[in-house]
Design a binder for this molecule. Sequence first.
Ligand SMILES: [Fe+2]
Ligand SMILES: [Fe+2]
Length: 174
Amino acid sequence: MGAFSKAKIEWAPFAVCAPTEKAPYPRSLTTPEGLGDRLRFVAFAEKQAENAFFLAAHSYPALPESVKNTWLELSREEAKHLSWLLARMKELGVDPAARPQSLALWNSFDRCSTASEFALFMANAEERGRIAGEQFYETLLKTDSVTGELFRKIAEEEKMHIALARSVMQDLGI
Ligand SMILES: [Fe+2]
Ligand SMILES: [Fe+2]
């Protein structure tokens, strides 16, 4: 469809990689820099999810009203997660723009040529994000329980998103 890669998105406060640039590899999670890298990466994933749901709700033709409304609701929920993560980054002095983020995942949304394909793609992405969040929580339990707890809380809410994704798939007849 090309609607995603061609959309004009304001990625601030993040910096994004140039088309041929590779994102730097994250540093060790046992260092403050490495924790900053994870926070930045997860926050950017929320920013992409916010924009993807919003764009999908307005781009796919003949979308059932129920699906459109669910995607707009999910867009707002991902924006909330983003704001939580940015607040924690501010507390820790992590600059969102310190390292560029890859747009590879974002550009791959273009491959979702139908609403059903997008719904399946996002359901899988949400599940991967939920699992990663739970793993971060367990890793951070001893070193930074505040950030760990934030990852856990977000992972918990992603369960709700996955349930909503199932209802969307039903409405789309998948
Ligand atoms: Fe989220
Ligand atoms: Fe989500």
